[in-house]
Design a protein around this ligand. Structure first.
Ligand SMILES: C[S@@+](CC[C@H](N)C(=O)[O-])C[C@H]1O[C@@H](n2cnc3c(N)ncnc32)[C@H](O)[C@@H]1O
Length: 267
């Protein structure tokens, strides 16, 4: 049980161990709450509900090798696998989330998604080995050192390969994380990078980290990647569902998600 929630520092190691345990414990509840919205073989980029079929950000071609990081129940990878023309591996830090992925596969026809348990900041892959790396809301907000995630993605990508990731839009950090009217008034500085941390008896049990849009762009550049697009998906009329602090009310006025499309340049 969370005893304390506050904006306070949390380093890479305590963030990693806290979030691994938190997602292990939360895996089945997360699937029960959001599984229908995500679809067991859906590819949704965020709470707005836009899909990869609609946005086409990965720019896939037949024969490509794709790595998903922070895959959770591997819905996105399952969706790509069902195309039948790309090779996909779904990875996550949390064994609990991957067990949910395996459970989903066990209840379905067709080949299971290949699963890999690893930290998105330390990928167990050789250099220049994949064509696409992506994550929908995985890894990036849940690590203290997102520059390392970008550097790792750049390292394992072949020249010309893409890393595409969605994350909470940084602007959200200035507002209370609630779906209603109270979530429309800025109460915290957008520029305050102090993470949101939950703890029990002084031990970190959950951490989310904030960096501004400028910080993210600088991390892209520092990793040697080129920024192809920064997508700020608008809330579609068709979506009447709330997801935590994301809601139609706030979505009409404020950005909820940022999707960065990056590419490793061909020398
Ligand atoms: C909000 S869930 C998103 C899961 C999935 N992509 C989806 O759209 O439902 C965040 C995921 O990031 C994973 N994660 C957190 N920290 C990670 C890390 N350092 N490396 C890899 N995965 C991590 C969690 O275990 C969890 O599965």
């Amino acid at each position: 049980m969370t005893e304390h929630a506050a904006r306070r520092p949390a380093g890479p190691d305590e963030t990693r161990s806290a979030n691994r345990a938190w997602w292990d414990g939360e895996a089945e509840a997360y699937h029960a709450e959001h599984g229908a919205f995500l679809g067991d073989d859906g590819f949704v980029w965020g709470p707005e509900g836009w899909t990869e079929d609609e946005l086409g950000l990965l720019d896939l071609s037949p024969g490509m090798t794709v790595l998903e990081i922070g895959a959770g129940g591997a819905q996105c990878s399952r969706s790509l696998l069902s195309r039948g023309d790309v090779r996909v591996v779904a990875s996550d830090l949390s064994g609990g989330m991957l067990r949910t992925a395996a459970r989903i596969d066990a209840g379905r026809e067709g080949p299971p998604v290949p699963l890999l348990q690893c930290d998105g900041t330390r990928l167990p892959l050789v250099d220049d080995s994949v064509d696409r790396v992506f994550t929908a809301y995985g890894v990036v907000p849940f690590v203290a050192d997102s520059a390392t995630v970008l550097a790792e993605a750049a390292r394992v990508l072949r020249p010309g390969g893409r890393f595409v990731f969605s994350t909470s839009h940084p602007v959200r950090w200035a507002f209370p994380d609630v779906p209603g009217e109270a979530g429309l008034t800025a109460t915290t500085s957008y520029f305050d990078r102090t993470p949101y941390v939950e703890s029990t008896s002084g031990v970190v049990t959950y951490a989310e980290h904030h960096r501004t849009l400028g910080d993210l762009v600088r991390q892209v550049v520092a990793a040697g990647l080129a920024l192809v697009d920064l997508v700020e998906p608008e809330w579609p009329e068709r979506n009447r569902e709330e997801w935590g602090g994301w809601s139609p009310l706030r979505g009409r006025l404020l950005p909820g998600t940022a999707i960065l499309v990056t590419e490793r340049p061909v020398p």
